[in-house]
Design a protein around this ligand. Structure first.
Ligand SMILES: Nc1nc2c(ncn2[C@@H]2O[C@H](COP(=O)(O)OP(=O)(O)OP(=O)(O)O)[C@@H](O)[C@H]2O)c(=O)[nH]1
Ligand SMILES: [Mg+2]
Length: 225
């Protein structure tokens, strides 16, 4: 037998195991009434910056917490902790994505019933995280204006694994001559009908509409529990 089919088999088993854990987590989140949002993007697209603003602005009204995934360092957890929300870092070593079991592990000491929102920042990568369900109710894929408009076409799988797209760093759009029409067309080519937010964590532009959307999604989930 050639080695390739065995590799595929192992990968399938890992994914199957991840899906089982993710399914359990999703049920747990629902039962606890916590709305779980994950963020995926390439490195440096602004996940932590957006999360810090999100936690800071939601915290006076909601019970919020966050997990931050990176290969190494506690840097993002330190930045997010400035919001005063409970935060934990997950370091993956050599792994380029979070897995459901890592999320489950990190949450062991937290009482999910004490939370309204839990945010999970995935490892910065537009490839690996797409195949790993984390049990989240909403997956946001971020793309910053400085990355160019073509990322949805180059990395369609991650856009297909996400629910909503967020174009970040819009304060820099003019400086990089960002082509809004091309960006929208590329997102819609990969995911027709995909909802898109445009915002800047630096200036705050677009943040209110995005937060309103999250609040509505939490209310919607609670009304169907
Ligand atoms: N001008 C501008 N800069 C931003 C904005 N959001 C983030 N940045 C900057 O972009 C850089 C990367 O932001 P991060 O929030 O660390 O990005 P990240 O996606 O969390 O990065 P990784 O966790 O390493 O993948 C930092 O220098 C931020 O200050 C924004 O809205 N506008
Ligand atoms: Mg980060």
């Amino acid at each position: 037998m050639s080695p390739e089919p065995r590799l595929i088999e192992v990968r399938k088993n890992v994914l199957k195991q991840n899906d089982l854990v993710a399914r359990g987590l999703r049920e747990e989140f629902r039962a606890a009434g916590v709305f779980v949002v994950s963020l995926v993007s390439s490195p440096g697209s602004g996940k932590t910056a957006l999360l810090e603003t999100t936690l800071t602005r939601l915290r006076p009204h909601y019970r919020v917490a966050a997990l931050a995934g990176d290969l190494a360092t506690e840097n993002d957890a330190r930045r997010l902790a400035r919001s005063q929300a409970p935060v934990k870092q997950i370091t993956t070593g050599t792994l380029c994505h979070l897995e459901a079991a890592m999320v489950q592990n990190a949450l062991q000491e937290w009482d999910l019933r004490q939370l309204d929102f839990l945010f999970i920042e995935n490892v910065g990568n537009l490839v690996c995280p797409s195949a790993y369900d984390l049990g989240e109710q909403l997956r946001l894929v971020l793309l910053s204006v400085t990355e160019g408009e073509d990322k949805p076409l180059k990395y369609p799988t991650i856009f297909n694994s996400a629910d909503v797209a967020v174009i970040t760093k819009i304060d820099l759009a003019a400086a990089v001559e960002y082509d809004w029409q091309a960006a929208d067309a590329n997102i819609q080519a990969v995911r027709p009908g995909m909802q898109v937010f445009r915002l800047s964590a630096k200036t705050g532009e677009g943040i209110a509409a995005y937060l309103k959307f999250l609040e509505e999604r939490l209310a919607e989930m609670r009304s169907t529990v």
